[in-house]
Design a protein around this ligand. Structure first.
Ligand SMILES: NC(=O)c1ccc[n+]([C@@H]2O[C@H](COP(=O)([O-])OP(=O)(O)OC[C@H]3O[C@@H](n4cnc5c(N)ncnc54)[C@H](O)[C@@H]3O)[C@@H](O)[C@H]2O)c1
Length: 328
């Protein structure tokens, strides 16, 4: 079975080639992202493997179908970048990796919280320059802080468990109730209550039409003054212009992002020798209380091994005409 990868990076080759030794598919790695200009590059390959910023909109899906594609395997959990209706109409199956290592993203969420709070990124630079002054580095104890989890699925629950270890009080808002929440000491609240009571608010819901810009001018105004807002979910959960206004007036005291709504033009590439044209992103970088990473929360070797294995199993199920359980 021929499989064409889009947006492939050296680490994709490493992990997929290792895992594929047990499966024997023919893997073709393209560096370009999938969009309307690159979809025709798929030839003789019934399977395409996509990542978070590949764009499988209706027009792209139609081209893929014309090129003989029958299966899209996403090497990620989110599937907001695929037009599922168009795929169904074109007879293309879509599968994903619903769970690989929720620990990878949850632990990165903590890395952002801790770095923003204790300003380790700034301290690192100061100490390197022989500046041992502490002014501007003061943090707060996480113990006793109220943390709100917007979305209490796999990643939200692991994040909650870690934060429980710090002695945080945990609140969650989710459209579905999980019976494990009580054992984890998590109190379910409404969205307005979550916004109103959280000292730290962390986003772990998927990007859907309902959650797009769930953090906006109105919801930001309901938060505690000086709130710490963390997003390791999807960029478009936050209205970036609105959050910039809230940073300027102090409503948001700390912002930690691993995702950004216009990230597809920026992330995963070395742009250090270019002039970045995204003024909104560049404005975010000017705030001392904003910490951004380039969609790396998933990026642990454990997660990459898990992603490669589940993706190969998904393809194997398709080859055998069986359900993988990971269809979307
Ligand atoms: N930064 C990264 O590297 C990275 C990696 C993996 C996943 N993610 C993102 O994290 C998200 C969560 O992943 P997960 O594995 O925990 O998914 P999950 O499906 O296990 O959990 C998502 C939770 O969100 C809830 N939810 C859905 N709609 C909601 C709404 N309108 N309001 C509140 N809650 C809602 C669901 O009920 C579910 O409990 C993914 O959808 C993906 O976008 C990011």
């Amino acid at each position: 079975m021929n499989v064409t990868f889009f947006s492939s990076k050296p680490y994709d080759l490493t992990f997929f080639q290792q895992t594929n030794a047990d499966f024997g598919f023919q893997l073709r790695f393209l560096k370009v992202p999938l969009d309307e200009t690159t979809a025709e590059l798929v030839t003789g390959s019934p399977v395409v493997c996509l990542f978070v910023n590949d764009q499988a909109n209706a027009a792209v899906i139609r081209t893929l179908a014309r090129q003989g594609v029958r299966l899209i395997v996403l090497r990620c959990a989110g599937f907001n970048n695929v037009d599922l209706d168009a795929a169904r109409q074109a007879g293309i199956q879509v599968m994903r990796v619903p769970a690989y290592s929720p620990h990878s993203v949850a632990e990165h969420t903590l890395a952002l919280i801790l770095a923003l709070n204790r300003k380790t990124h700034r301290a690192y630079n100061r100490v390197k320059e022989g500046n041992f002054a502490l002014e501007g580095l003061m943090g707060f104890d996480l113990f006793g802080q109220t943390v709100g989890l917007l979305g209490l699925g796999k990643i939200g629950k692991v994040t909650a468990r870690i934060l429980g270890g710090f002695g945080c009080q945990l609140l969650a808002y989710d459209v579905v109730r999980d019976e494990e929440a009580e054992q984890l000491g998590i109190e379910y609240v409404s969205l307005p209550e979550l916004l109103n009571r959280s000292d730290i608010l962390t986003l772990h819901c998927p990007l859907t039409p309902e959650t797009r810009h769930i953090i906006n001018k109105d919801t930001l105004a309901r938060m505690k003054k000086g709130v710490m807002l963390i997003n390791t979910g999807r960029g478009a959960l936050i209205d970036t212009q609105a959050v910039i206004e809230s940073l300027k007036n102090g409503q948001v005291g700390y912002l930690g992002l691993d995702v950004y709504e216009e990230e597809s033009h920026l992330f995963f590439e070395d742009l250090s020798n270019t002039i970045i044209q995204d003024d909104t992103f560049m404005r975010l970088l000017t705030f001392p209380n904003v910490l951004i990473t380039g969609h790396q929360a998933f990026f642990t070797r454990n997660a990459l091994q898990g992603i490669a294995r589940t993706t190969c199993r998904n393809i194997q199920a398709f080859v055998e005409g069986k359900a993988s359980g990971n269809e979307v």
